[in-house]
Write a protein that binds this ligand. Structure first.
Ligand code: 6GU
Length: 247
């Protein structure tokens, strides 16, 4: 997957590009990330990229032309027409479904805005999509762009080693993950659930399913909406309501 990013602070992206999963995806050639700074496309010697809003009011607005040129310089470096995404709190909320939808794109351009926003004409003419990472306001689109890059990278085929870590994971199956434990067996007086030490694979699987179900039921019951419960899950709920959970 090819991702171009338009940002006034391209150095911020080192944070994701030099560490962890994204850096591995880059090194293995599963992912290619290119950056362009709209300041390099400013028309004046002060390299101005923002101006006062027409009609007055506080704050500054990012000018359309430097952003458009930065995005176009990136698009010229890829072979497929990239889907252009503006990161904004007014965008559609990012969730795993949106990630799955975007990861099938060959190329993306992510546009990170600053100040009070970007000129509306860029949004309507040079963006295909708008994405938000939640109902709170950040000072710029860089962190949201990094969030999206990370979520995408781990869904690119070949990036995650262990297929199981995907299959069992939160939201892939429409639920949260359950509890995990590792050594030592006794930590500060607290032990590990017996079933996990039993070596009984069927019992372990069942324990994990219950643990995941319990967590989802207690914290995010709305995730079950639109998905009928199976017989096991119905029994889990009855157990939980009786206070007799085992996970
Ligand atoms: Cl995508 N941008 C900004 N500036 N703030 C946000 C956001 C995006 N998503 C949530 N808050």
């Amino acid at each position: 997957m090819w991702i171009g990013i338009v940002s006034l602070f391209p150095e911020m992206f080192r944070a994701v590009m030099q560490y962890g999963l994204v850096s591995r995806a880059l090194a293995a050639g599963h992912l290619d990330i290119r950056l362009a700074n709209p300041r390099d496309f400013a028309a004046d010697k002060h390299r101005t990229v923002d101006d006062a809003p027409y009609g007055g009011g506080p704050g500054q607005v990012m000018m359309a032309e430097p952003l458009a040129q930065a995005a176009e310089s990136l698009a010229a470096r890829t072979h497929t027409a990239p889907r252009r995404i503006y990161l904004t709190p007014e965008g559609r909320p990012l969730n795993q479904q949106v990630v799955e939808e975007l990861v099938v794109c060959d190329s993306l351009i992510l546009i990170a805005g600053h100040y009070e926003g970007i000129d509306e004409r860029l949004r309507t003419n040079a963006c295909d999509d708008e994405v938000s990472i939640g109902d709170y306001v950040l000072s710029g689109g860089e962190l949201p762009a990094m969030v999206l890059v990370d979520a995408l990278a781990r869904r690119i085929p070949g990036v995650l080693g262990n297929a199981e870590s995907l299959a069992h994971e939160s939201f892939t199956a429409g639920r949260l993950e359950g509890a995990h434990y590792t050594r030592p067996r006794l930590w500060r007086g607290e032990t590990v659930p017996e079933t996990l030490l039993s070596g009984d694979h069927a019992a372990v699987e069942s324990w994990r399913a219950r643990s995941a179900f319990k967590r989802t039921y207690e914290r995010r019951p709305e995730l079950f909406k639109g998905r009928p419960l199976d017989a096991h899950e119905t029994t889990f709920i009855e157990d939980l309501q009786k206070g007799g959970d085992h996970a």
